[in-house]
Ligand binder design. Sequence first.
Ligand code: SF4
Length: 297
Amino acid sequence: MRALPADPAEAMARIAEEIRNCQRCPLHEGRTQAVPGEGPPDAPLLFVGEGPGAEEDQQGRPFVGAAGRLLDKLLASIRIPRERVFITNTVRCRPPGNREPHPGEVAACLPYLVRQMSVLQPRVVCLLGATATRALLGADQKLNQVRGRALREAGRWWFATYHPAAALRSASLAKALEEDFRRLRRLVDVEWGTEDPARWKPNVVQKLFESGQVTEPVEVSRDGSLRLAWEIRGLHPTFRSASAMAELLGRFVRRRESLSPDVPVVVQLEGTDAHGRPVSADAPECVAVHAEVRVER
Ligand code: SF4
């Protein structure tokens, strides 16, 4: 692989040019043109769909057909301009008859996405549909198990939901997709509001909870290492994943204690169900989480 230029716009243009000339997998044989993706080279939010459809294949742009018009509406509904996000697909050439891409085609195309992400450095990646979810979160990931929840992996947020094309065929999926976009907006608000201490707003913490009730952490000990314990109830569904809770609690403690990024913060979570039985903090039946945050000094 050639070294990327320092200028992100130039780097993205170079990758796009390689995609347009790519013949790495059989999908190039049936395409009118490849669709590299579009958006600003520093977009903080990245959307990844499945593959180009007929209109995308004709125009060389992602999400410009019926599914794209629905994506535009969903973005408008959460007040995020399309021009501010980067939109692309798991494979960049149209699969014949809009079939699902084969695993070999996804594997051949994935390095382009990895390279685009290394330039973009998106803070939030929204995966639209099962193909993008499997490609980026792992082949064993089931969309129904992860959709609508923020996951923290590899230093960024991942949020999977249905593909807009699926929502065009089902009223119930369309409703679920609208709800997921509201959750995505909540994640964006929390990410934007907590990452930079200069922009920290106290009411961001309220967005983590359905009820608006936020318990203060209890200090368990401060000799040697600091230990804080939180009893968490009413967490908003967007943040009901162990990786999201660990990330956010760690961030809050870092901020509260003014810790530098190199100080280790360890977060332990124990969930309980409605009968007080221990369950994973990730489990759907989990209603309360006991969290302990330990700071090694
Ligand atoms: S789908 Fe991706 S890997 Fe396959 S030919 Fe098109 S650009 Fe190349």
